[in-house]
Structure formats: structure tokens, C-alpha cells
Design a protein around this ligand. Structure first.
Ligand code: HEM
Length: 311
């Protein structure tokens, strides 16, 4: 009869593979989405968002096939992972996150049908956030299947990390709204949007995800500018709070490596956001910014769990 130890080892390996595949899915779908929106196209910004007016989707045939192959493989592994967690008897540790992972994959498969229409804001937002949560849940399963678990107990810095993660979620949602509302060109300046340093009240309607868009939000659009400004403020709050929490974590022997990764990813993600604007919304910078967000979310939650010493 096989021991739980051997099963956990197999689950750990499967979850690691799924984490890598999930990150690949985030990268490929960000490329398809942002290339489709026309990020970095020429002549900029007139060519941006032409897909909304029925213009052709920039050629992405091979990439689309690759996306389908990787996503199908991930779904297959997701079923295998859950099977390993449940049979012959359920393993309490990784079972919860493996179940959530499979449910999310099935949900994203359904949403994928709707996101073929570029006008639906909600479908774009769910796709982007779903990708990041996919990476998070696979990483959570990797951690839950580890054999060497430290004892529980709350450590200092956990409250800062919690607060930082709250702002990180807001930054993710706002970033996803910028993408799904085709609002990149609404604010090509730093640190504010032209003269504005604070979102206009009439721009806050752009926070509504249950909407359809028929044209991109170009320079001067109040909704687009509001999204950019709020995104930047939330990013700043994330860097401060999560960064301080991670600095606390550096002092804890068991949390040092993950705290250092969080600090590195925070700086990288912030720099990529700034460079995306300064670089005239170059496609590859924005794709890296999208993948960076998913990795930061997974690393931030890992740090929170580490400071609470539950993984
Ligand atoms: C904690 C830091 C940050 C996080 C987690 C974050 C996250 C995100 C996410 C998830 C997106 C959507 C990407 C996509 O469409 O695929 C996004 C878009 C964007 N972010 Fe950030 N961001 C951060 C910081 C910043 C900063 C500091 C700036 C600039 C000052 C910035 C500028 C942008 C821009 C211009 C876009 C739109 C690109 C597009 O068309 O999608 N971000 N961000």
C-alpha cells in the first residue's frame, strides 16, 4: 500500500507543473488580448482598439492554437491532480486548493466562449483575474503538498502583508479594467494624467464591469483617466504596505526567501508599469506586466501564509 508521503510527493510535482503551465497560459492570453487590442501598433494611437469597430484581429493563429493546447493540457492535469488528492482516501492538505483550481479552470473555459466578443468588459476582466488566480491556486497546492510544515503562529508583519494584498487585489482589478475597456491611451503621462492628479467624479462610472464598450477610451476620456489614476494609487499603496511587510519578513528565518521574492517582484512590477507608459505602451512590456501581476499575487499570498506559518 502506497504511503501518504509518496502521494504528497506526486501531488507536489503535478502542482508545480500546473503552476508553470498556468503562468504560460497567463503570458499567452495576455499576448493574444493585448496584441488584439493593438498595443504598440502603428500608427499609434489611431490603430488602437480597431477590433471594437469590427476591424481584423491581428494575426495570432499559431499563438491561439498554442493557447488551446496548453490550456487543455492544464485542464487534464487539473483532473489528474484532484484525483490524486481524493483517491484512495482524501488528503486534507491539498484537496481544497486542487478542487478550487479545477472549478476555476472549468469556469474560465466557459468564460472563454464569451470573451471571443471584445465588447464585453466583464468577460475580459474575469479572464485576466482568473489567470492570476489560476497561478495563485496552483502555487497554493504546491505549498499544501509540502511534507515539511513549520508550526502555526502569527508573526509580526502579517497585518501589513494582509493590507498590502488588499490593495494588490484592487490594483489587479483596475489594471484588468484598463485592458478590458481599451483605455491604455487615456493616460500616456506620468505621474498624473495630463493636468489631473485625482480621478474626476464623472469618470468613476468606468469602474462598472457589467458594461459593453464600442470604442477605445482615448486621450481625454475621464473614465479611462480615472482607471489609470486609481490603478497607480493602489499600486503605490501595495508597494508601501506589502513592501514593509516583506521587509519584516526578511528578519524571519523561515520567511526570508519568499519575502525577498516579494520585494523583487514588487519592484519589477512597478517598474514594468512605469516603463509600459514611458515606452508608449509597447506590447512586450505590457505582457510582462500582466504576468508579473500573477506572480506577485502568488508570492504575496505565500508570504502571508509563511508569516502565519501555515505553510
Ligand atoms: C502593484 C503594482 C501593479 C500591479 C499588480 C499591476 C497590475 C496590472 C494588471 C493586472 C494589468 C492588466 C494587464 C492586462 O491587460 O493584461 C495592468 C495594466 C496596466 N498597468 Fe499596472 N500594475 C501595477 C503597477 C502599475 C504602475 C505603477 C503603472 C504605471 C505608472 C501601471 C500601468 C499600467 C498600464 C498603463 C496598464 C494597461 C496596459 C493594458 O493595456 O493592459 N501599473 N496592471
Amino acid at each position: 500500500m502506497e504511503t501518504d508521503h509518496a502521494r504528497l510527493r506526486r501531488i507536489h510535482l503535478l502542482a508545480l507543473l500546473l503552476a508553470a503551465l498556468s503562468l504560460l497560459i497567463v503570458l499567452i492570453s495576455a499576448y493574444i488580448r493585448l496584441n488584439g487590442a493593438g498595443l504598440g501598433c502603428s500608427p499609434w494611437p489611431e490603430c488602437y482598439g480597431q477590433i471594437l469597430a469590427g476591424g481584423p484581429h491581428p494575426h495570432a493563429g499559431g499563438v491561439r492554437v498554442l493557447h488551446r493546447v496548453v490550456a487543455s493540457l492544464a485542464l487534464f492535469l487539473g483532473f489528474g491532480l484532484l484525483w490524486q488528492c481524493l483517491r484512495p482516501q482524501p488528503l486534507p492538505g491539498p484537496k481544497g486548493s486542487a478542487t478550487a483550481l479545477l472549478v476555476l479552470m472549468l469556469l474560465l473555459t466557459v468564460v472563454g466562449v464569451f470573451s471571443a466578443d471584445p465588447h464585453r468588459v466583464w468577460a475580459g476582466v474575469i479572464n485576466m483575474l482568473g489567470g492570476a488566480v489560476l497561478v495563485l491556486l496552483s502555487w497554493r497546492t504546491v505549498l499544501a503538498a509540502r511534507i515539511d510544515r513549520p508550526p502555526a503562529g502569527v508573526q509580526s508583519g502579517a497585518a501589513l502583508v494582509h493590507a498590502g494584498l488588499g490593495f494588490l487585489v484592487f490594483a489587479l482589478v483596475l489594471g484588468a479594467l484598463i485592458g478590458a475597456r481599451y483605455a491604455a491611451p487615456a493616460c500616456p503621462t506620468l505621474p498624473g494624467c495630463a493636468e489631473a492628479a485625482w480621478p474626476a467624479v464623472d469618470g468613476l462610472a468606468a469602474l462598472n464591469p457589467i458594461a459593453t464598450v464600442n470604442a477605445p477610451a482615448m486621450l481625454g476620456d475621464a473614465g479611462g483617466a480615472a482607471l489609470h489614476l486609481l490603478h497607480r494609487y493602489c499600486a503605490l499603496a501595495t508597494v508601501l504596505l506589502l513592501g514593509l511587510g516583506a521587509i519584516h519578513g526578511l528578519a524571519r528565518a523561515g520567511a526570508r526567501a519568499v519575502a525577498a521574492s516579494v520585494l523583487l517582484l514588487l519592484l519589477l512590477q512597478f517598474a514594468l508599469g512605469v516603463l509600459t507608459v514611458l515606452g508608449g505602451f509597447a506590447l512586450w512590456l505590457a505582457v510582462a506586466h500582466s504576468a508579473g501581476a500573477a506572480m506577485l499575487l502568488a508570492a504575496g499570498v505565500h508570504l502571508m501564509l509563511r508569516l502565519r506559518a501555515t505553510v
